[in-house]
Ligand binder design. Structure first.
Ligand code: SIN
Ligand code: FE
Length: 304
């Protein structure tokens, strides 16, 4: 399968016709990456100076910005540099939100903006524990941030000023990944669920959905035989291009590259055009029981 669904827009406010939008939605929700080869995010000369990896806390992969609280984490540098970084990320957040709203209008009233991130550290050679190693194929699921079945939709832009592409790999479709890993995952223990919350390891109660997704994420990354043998597609994502992807669904690995911006969105799976493609419903169908916590708006915590 060709993993990329190209869209020829070159402006964050570009509108596309209904037919193009429906085609892009179909591709996106069925596990493709909507690729915008001409959609750049221009930086001013001053902002280019903010791309030094020394401005990122060496213990972290990126600088992140929370558009709800206006807080930024992981940034070093002077007060002025940090203020400029924040303005840069606010602008990216706004443009990415505008992009999704114009490309996919039906998402608009359900979309929740999550973190914005600036990724200035070279991926290749970055050392980390296997769970944090994004150069291994995985689907996104975050230990501290349960989503209770909400989708994780991400917009990326390669802002590398030296002409260097970001290299990704993609693996098997979500159904195949789930079929492979689900049988070996034990059910969630409610004691563990409450202890995680009590000790603030999770921000809110971890739902059974998050338990299974996190296990799939961790087990994919841990299994080196799987990593080596699974059929992969290599994607070259050039500078001055952007892409949109459901990273909870698309098995992906970031192999190399430096300098990207990323915006996360959360979306209830019922807001999809093709809800049957949501990891939540795929897993529920396989396990034959519900995986969400009914009484909680759990995803609100994801943006706290
Ligand atoms: C990831 O989501 O695994 C990392 C993507 C990237 O930084 O390019
Ligand atoms: Fe990822």
């Amino acid at each position: 399968m060709d993993m990329l669904k190209p869209l020829a827009i070159d402006n964050w406010k570009d509108v596309i016709n209904k037919e193009c939008s429906l085609e892009a939605i179909h591709a996106l929700e069925h596990g493709k990456i909507v690729f915008l080869p001409h959609l750049n995010f221009a930086l001013s000369a001053d902002e280019n100076n903010l791309l030094s990896p020394t401005l990122t806390d060496p213990k972290r992969k990126n600088i992140s910005f929370n558009p709800h609280s206006d807080e930024m984490h992981g940034a070093r540098g002077s007060v002025l540099q940090r203020a400029q970084l924040k303005i840069l990320m606010q602008r990216y957040c706004q443009q990415a939100l505008g992009l999704i709203n114009t490309l996919f209008p039906a998402y608009q009233k359900h979309l929740i903006a999550g973190r914005t991130s600036l990724r200035t550290v070279e991926i290749s050679g970055r050392r980390s524990s296997y769970k944090k190693d994004d150069s291994r194929l995985h689907v996104d699921s975050f230990a501290a941030t349960p989503v209770n079945g909400f989708r994780i939709l991400r917009v990326f832009t390669n802002i590398n000023p030296h002409g260097v592409a970001r290299i990704w790999q993609t693996g098997e479709p979500f159904n195949t990944v789930a079929t492979r890993f689900l049988p070996e995952i034990p059910s969630m223990s409610t004691v563990e669920q409450h202890l995680l919350r009590l000790f603030k390891i999770t921000k809110v109660l971890r739902s059974p959905y998050d338990h299974f997704m996190l296990n799939i994420h961790d087990r994919m990354k841990k299994d080196m035989a799987y990593q080596q043998s699974v059929i992969k597609t290599t994607l070259t994502l050039p500078p001055k291009s952007s892409w949109i992807v459901y990273t909870d669904q698309v098995s992906h690995a970031a192999i190399s590259g430096q300098h990207a911006l990323e915006q996360t969105f959360y979306l209830p799976p019922t807001a999809l055009y093709y809800p049957e493609t949501a990891p939540l419903f795929v897993l529920e169908k396989m396990l034959k029981h519900s995986l969400t916590l009914k009484d909680k708006q759990v995803v609100s915590a994801a943006v706290e």
